[in-house]
Ligand binder design. Structure first.
Ligand code: BGC
Length: 747
């Protein structure tokens, strides 16, 4: 019924808008709405005129009604003018199930199950932008099929601490990698006539005190580390909407932050789309009206909040806003700007008569999900060529650990999914290994995932452990599936981890297993780094992420060697927590004192910190092994002297020196010795993933604009490219450099 109403409204809406535009529509639609990239921006003059025409017909009440929610995930339309409702949905790695109108309960529809794609840490670990485009396109198709106009994704907050409960939703610690991976995702989504919504803008780098913590950070760190992925989303990805963050920045909530929204986003970057609150992120009518917010969602957590009657009318951008407009205290041009942006969003999405119809749970989507999973998994250790493991009749494999069977699309908060299916690692292994004997036991138990609550398991930990040791004794080798999960205080919204160690007694369990079986391979299913006190004793380690629907198939393909691992870490694994820059400076640096938090690590986030301070990580950013080996050689730049406007053209040869086909990621970092300001020893400036048959050599070319070597100069409040010598580092991890080249920037 509900769905029918929306559909009718949309059809009616399109007809009515066509009517308003008095025939213009037919003429302009082809050139304005074709799905290729170039046509996305800018919006044509004809549509601009239509938008002004509509604004001129709207009453103040109608204008304001467009600026806030009417339900948990939708905004009102205006029936008399055929202006449609806007429907939004989470989330970053799958389209969330339908939520009730007024509360967070699931609506229990029977047609809303979808494909679970790998979480974004995995996507980032592929270092494969084309795959990100396919991912974005596929998830966008699913959103479109589910009649969503805005997909609340991708998330690009920077990985600052391994404790952040939402790191799994983001693209790692490096602003360049996150930018390069986010842009094609956005383009892919938007080809479906569905708006991507880059989030959470900005500095939402922890979940502890997320609603109130005030982040104090230097301009340099802001511009160099925390903003670039958002900027790329806007200026290169042409994203149609942006979600504000919950936290404060320099004393003002990010959802109505004058500097972030009015100045940087809308003025400096020319963003012409819509700013949406994070759910409940608005706190003030004046600021919401004046400081860049366009649509207020989620105020009042149960959809009731301050009043049971017409709750949504009490939103900051609802009646209180209307009153200030009516009294003339706020000028009508303020609401007109918001409405103009909202109508623009509609013309790009639900008023675009040519947008495709979408699709869900297709074979293509499953293939994309599996490919991302396979290309994102990172092989961290492989002693004695422990992996790949042959499917041998003589072999008994013990699969131990709760994560071998635990569904990971459940839990985590707003990114929780209702998937059509999720193949567990155990299921995948059983399908792939027809000859070997697989024995399985849980080993440890964590309890169910309940939002905002830790629910311990009622299973007996000692019995589970004893059973695991017995199973391990009987096997030739053990595959341990552990890590974190999507429960409160693990990888989950609205809370950070309490410790860097593995939870649920896993460290002890692994140590005890090692006493009876030395052939242990560990699979860390998580979106975060963890401590590994057993690292020297185990044979192999995979960082396995949250892989979505195709988890088990992808894992089995990697273990068996049907697929050669090629993922690279999108963030550093410190040995211990204080080795991480945010933690090094103590509690005021993370998590703050409950009121303020000072990013004392400044620009030295992740590998920038480890490299500059000479702190050896457990595993570095960009690191990842393969079942074959590669050699990078003959790296050279096209010139030695460059001016500011030049592009550095770098080339090198990559040879697959091993016995298996595989892929390597060539990474180019650049550093500025003797800079007049503190700079990281090196920063990622380019990368390319290359596929090589055994013994094959390919020449890789990477272009880097000299202006990307700039630092943000606080003395002039602008970017500044220093003249002088730079070092170009070419390698396959931030701390594995095969060759360095010196270049000079002359003017
Ligand atoms: C999250 C957002 C999400 C929104 C709607 C918020 O709690 O921070 O990422 O899109 O809820 O579910």
């Amino acid at each position: 019924m509900f769905r029918l109403r929306i559909t009718f409204f949309r059809v009616f809406g399109i007809i009515a808008i066509c009517f308003i535009s008095s025939g213009l529509h037919a003429q302009v639609q082809k050139e304005n709405f074709s799905n290729d990239d170039e046509s996305i921006e800018p919006i044509s003059q004809a549509i601009k005129d239509q938008i002004e025409n509509i604004i001129s017909q709207l009453t103040l009440e109608e204008k304001v009604s467009l600026c806030h929610a009417q339900s948990k995930f939708s905004t009102k339309g205006i029936e008399r003018l055929g202006i449609p409702e806007i429907w939004m949905s989470d989330g970053p790695h799958g389209v969330r199930a339908e939520i009730n109108w007024d509360d967070w309960g699931y609506a229990k529809w029977t047609n809303d199950s979808i494909t679970g794609f790998p979480a974004l840490t995995c996507l980032a670990a592929t270092f494969h932008p084309e795959l990100s485009e396919q991912y974005g396109f596929s998830i966008g198709e699913e959103a479109r099929y589910r009649k969503k106009d805005v997909l609340l994704a991708p998330g690009v907050n920077i990985y600052r601490t391994p404790l952040n409960g939402r790191n799994f939703e983001y693209m790692g610690e490096d602003p360049f990698l996150a930018s390069v991976m986010a842009v094609p995702y956005i383009k892919g989504v938007q080809k479906n006539g569905v708006a991507a919504c880059i989030k959470h803008y900005a500095l939402n780098n922890q979940e502890v005190w997320r609603n109130e913590i005030n982040v104090e950070v230097s301009d340099r760190a802001l511009y160099e580390i925390y903003l670039p992925a958002f900027k790329a989303a806007v200026t290169e990805g042409h994203v149609w909407s942006v979600m504000g963050a919950y936290n404060k920045f320099r004393g003002q909530h990010c959802c109505h932050n004058e500097l972030l929204l009015n100045k940087i986003l809308k003025t400096d970057w020319n963003f012409d789309g819509v700013v949406i609150t994070d759910w409940g992120g608005a706190h003030d009518t004046w600021e919401s009206a004046l400081f860049g917010l366009d649509i207020e969602m989620g105020t009042g957590t149960d959809g009731l909040g301050t009043s049971k009657v017409s709750h949504y009318e009490h939103y900051y951008l609802a009646r209180p806003f209307l009153e200030l407009l009516k009294s003339g205290e706020i000028d009508e041009s303020i609401v007109d700007d918001k409405v103009r942006r909202i109508l623009r969003l509609m013309y790009r999405t639900n008023l675009n008569p040519n947008r495709p119809l979408g699709n869900k749970n297709t074979i293509e989507h499953h293939q994309v999900a599996q490919k991302v999973a396979e290309e994102g998994m990172v092989l961290l250790k492989n002693k004695d060529a422990f992996f790949p493991i042959k499917d041998d009749k003589q072999l008994t494999i013990a699969v131990i650990g709760e994560n071998a069977t635990r569904p990971m699309t459940i839990g985590g908060g707003s990114s929780e999914l209702k998937v059509q299916f999720e193949i567990s690692p155990l299921e995948g292994l059983k399908k792939r290994y027809k000859n070997a004997t697989i024995i399985h036991t849980m080993g440890y138990a964590s309890g169910p995932s309940v939002y905002d609550k830790v629910m311990p398991s009622n299973l007996n930990a000692d019995s589970l452990k004893t059973e695991a040791i017995n199973v391990a004794k009987k096997a030739d080798l053990v595959l341990f599936f552990g890590g974190l999960n999507k429960s409160h205080l693990q990888d989950c919204e609205n809370g950070d981890r309490k410790s860097y160690h593995l939870p649920f007694g896993q460290d002890d369990l692994i140590n005890d297993i090692l006493k009876v079986n030395k052939n242990v391979g560990v699979f860390l299913i998580s979106g975060n780094a963890v401590a590994m006190p057993w690292i020297d004793e185990v044979k192999g380690i995979f960082q396995t992420w949250y892989l979505g629907s195709m988890t088990g198939y992808a894992i089995a393909n990697i273990i068996s060697g049907d697929v050669n691992p090629s993922g690279k870490l999108p963030f550093t694994f410190p040995v211990k927590l204080v080795d991480n820059g945010a933690h090094y400076y103590g509690e005021l640096s993370y998590p703050g004192d409950g009121i303020n938090e000072y990013y004392k690590d400044d620009i030295l986030v992740g590998y920038r910190w480890h490299e500059t301070k000479n702190i050896k990580p457990q595993f570095s950013f960009g690191y990842g092994l393969s079942y074959t080996s590669f050699n990078i050689s003959a790296a050279k730049t096209d010139k030695k002297l460059y001016d500011f406007k030049d592009t550095i053209k770098l080339s090198c040869n990559v040879t697959n020196t091993g016995l298996k086909d595989g892929s390597e990621v060539v990474q180019v970092y650049i550093g500025k010795p003797n800079s007049k300001v503190l700079r990281a020893v090196k920063e990622l400036k380019g990368f390319k993933k290359v596929n090589l048959k055994t013994k094959e050599t390919k020449t890789v070319e990477i272009s880097i604009d000299v202006n990307t070597l700039a630092f943000y100069d606080e003395s002039i409040s602008d970017w500044n490219v220093e003249k002088g010598n730079y070092i170009v580092y070419v390698g396959n991890a931030s701390n594995q450099i095969d060759q360095t080249i010196e270049i000079q920037v002359t003017q």
